[in-house]
Design a protein around this ligand. Structure first.
Ligand code: FMN
Ligand code: 173
Length: 360
C-alpha cells in the first residue's frame, strides 16, 4: 500500500486493519451521528483569506501553553485504550507526539500505566480525568500524575455518562479482557464486567461509575488536591467558559467529544467565536473535533483557538504502523499547517485572527 498523503488516506488504511467493532467504536458517534457529521461540515462554512507579498521564509509554529513550549499548535486528544489498535499502545502515541513537538493527553482509560507512558514520552504530557463516583481514585490519580511529571489535568465535563452510541449497541461492544484501564484502582469494576448482549459495556460502566451529580461547586475539591492546573474539556457556550474562568480553570477545550456525547450539540467550530470572545483574554481556549487537515487547524486558530487537538486520526496512524504511523499523521498535519502559513502570507500564529477567515 502506498504511503498515505492525507489524513483521510490514513483513515482508509488504518480502519481497514481494525476489527469491525473497534472500527465502529472509534469512528462512530452518538445517536443519529448528526453532530459527528455537522462538526466536519462546519469547516466548509469558512474559507481562508490569504495575504500576499509577505516574507514567509521562516514560518513559526511554536506556541506556549500553560508554561509549556510546543513546536506546533497541535495536541493528541485524550482517547481511551490505544492498545485496541496496536500492542504498543499509548507509549507509541506519546513517543509520536514528542517527535512532532505536540502535546499528548493521556486518558484516564489509558491501556498502559501513566508512569510507563511518561517514561516513554519525550514531550509534554497532561492527564485527562472523568469524575468517578469514587472520588478518592481521582485524588490518587492527580498525585500520581504530578509525581510522574504530567503538567496539567484535563477534566472532561461533557460526559455525566457515556452517550448511547448505536454502533456500539448493535455490536454489543466491550473492551477485550486483555486490554484494561490499568490506572484505575483495583476496587473499580472493569468495563469488560459490564459486557452483555445488546448493550454497550462502556455506556453501562459509565452509568454505574461516573458521578452524574457533579457541579461547579465540586471543582474546588479537585483543585485543592493538586498543584496542577485544571483544564475543562467539553465546553460549548460562552456562559460555561465564563463560569470555568471564574472557578479557576486554567484553560477550556471547546469540544463536542468528536460527536460522541450529546447528539445534535453545536459543532465546536460554530461555538468557538462566542467562547473566545468571552474568555480568550483571560485563559487559553483549545479546540477539538473533526480537524483533518492543516487548513482545518488554521480555521480553528483564526477563530481564537490557541492549539487544536486531534483524536481519531492519531489512532488511524497508530493502527497503520504503530509509533511511526502516529508520528506520520502528526507530521503531516503540522506540515500542512506550515504550508497554509506560507501560502496565506501568515508566517506567525499571531497572524491568524478573525480576519484570516471569511464565513461563506
Ligand atoms: C476512540 C475514542 C476514545 C475517546 N476517549 C476519550 C476519553 O477517554 N476521554 C475524553 O475526554 N475524550 C475521549 N474521546 C474524545 C476525544 O478526546 C476528542 O474530543 C475527539 O475524538 C475529537 O474529535 P476527532 O476525533 O474528530 O479529532 C475519545 C474519542 C475517541 C475517538
Ligand atoms: O469513548 C469515548 O469517547 C470515551 O470518552 C470513553 C468513556 C469511557 C470509557 C472509555 C471511553
Amino acid at each position: 500500500m502506498s504511503q498515505p498523503l492525507t489524513l483521510e488516506e490514513f483513515e482508509h488504511q488504518g480502519s481497514a486493519r481494525m476489527p469491525p467493532d473497534v472500527r465502529d467504536y472509534i469512528g462512530g458517534g452518538a445517536g443519529r451521528e448528526q453532530t459527528l457529521a455537522a462538526s466536519r461540515a462546519a469547516f466548509d462554512r469558512f474559507a481562508l483569506r490569504p495575504r500576499v507579498l509577505v516574507d514567509v521564509r521562516a514560518p513559526d509554529l511554536s506556541v506556549r501553553l500553560l508554561g509549556t513550549s510546543l513546536a506546533a499548535p497541535i495536541g493528541v486528544a485524550p482517547m481511551a485504550f490505544h492498545r485496541l489498535v496496536h500492542p504498543d499502545g499509548e507509549q507509541a502515541t506519546a513517543r509520536a507526539a514528542g517527535a512532532a513537538g505536540a502535546l499528548f493527553v493521556t486518558s484516564i482509560f489509558a491501556s498502559q500505566s501513566l508512569e510507563d507512558i511518561a517514561a516513554a514520552a519525550s514531550g509534554p504530557l497532561w492527564l485527562q480525568l472523568y469524575w468517578l463516583r469514587r472520588r478518592e481514585a481521582l485524588a490518587d490519580l492527580a498525585q500520581r500524575a504530578e509525581a510522574a511529571g504530567y503538567r496539567a489535568l484535563m477534566l472532561t465535563v461533557d460526559a455525566a455518562r457515556v452517550a448511547r452510541r448505536l454502533r456500539d449497541v448493535r455490536n454489543s461492544f466491550s473492551v477485550p479482557p486483555h486490554i484494561r484501564a490499568v490506572n484505575l484502582d483495583a476496587a473499580l469494576p472493569e468495563i469488560a464486567a459490564y459486557g452483555a448482549a445488546g448493550i454497550s459495556a462502556i455506556e453501562a460502566h459509565s452509568r454505574d461509575q461516573f458521578d452524574a451529580a457533579v457541579t461547579w461547586r465540586d471543582l474546588e475539591w479537585l483543585t485543592s488536591r493538586t498543584r496542577l492546573p485544571l483544564v475543562l474539556k467539553g465546553v460549548l457556550t460562552a456562559q460555561d467558559a465564563l463560569l470555568a474562568a471564574e472557578h479557576g480553570a486554567a484553560a477550556v477545550v471547546v469540544s463536542n467529544h468528536g460527536g460522541r456525547q450529546l447528539d445534535a450539540a453545536v459543532p465546536g467550530l460554530i461555538a468557538l467565536p462566542e467562547i473566545t470572545d468571552a474568555v480568550a483574554h483571560r485563559i487559553p481556549v483549545l479546540f477539538d473535533g473533526g480537524v483533518r487537515c492543516g487548513a482545518d487547524a488554521a480555521k480553528a486558530l483564526a477563530l481564537g483557538a490557541r492549539i487544536v487537538l486531534v483524536g481519531r486520526p492519531v489512532l488511524w496512524g497508530l493502527a497503520c504502523a504503530g509509533r511511526d504511523g502516529a508520528a506520520a499523521v502528526l507530521k503531516l498535519l503540522r506540515d500542512e499547517l506550515e504550508e497554509v502559513m506560507v501560502l496565506s502570507g501568515r508566517p506567525k500564529l499571531a497572524d491568524f485572527g478573525r480576519d484570516a477567515v471569511v464565513e461563506l
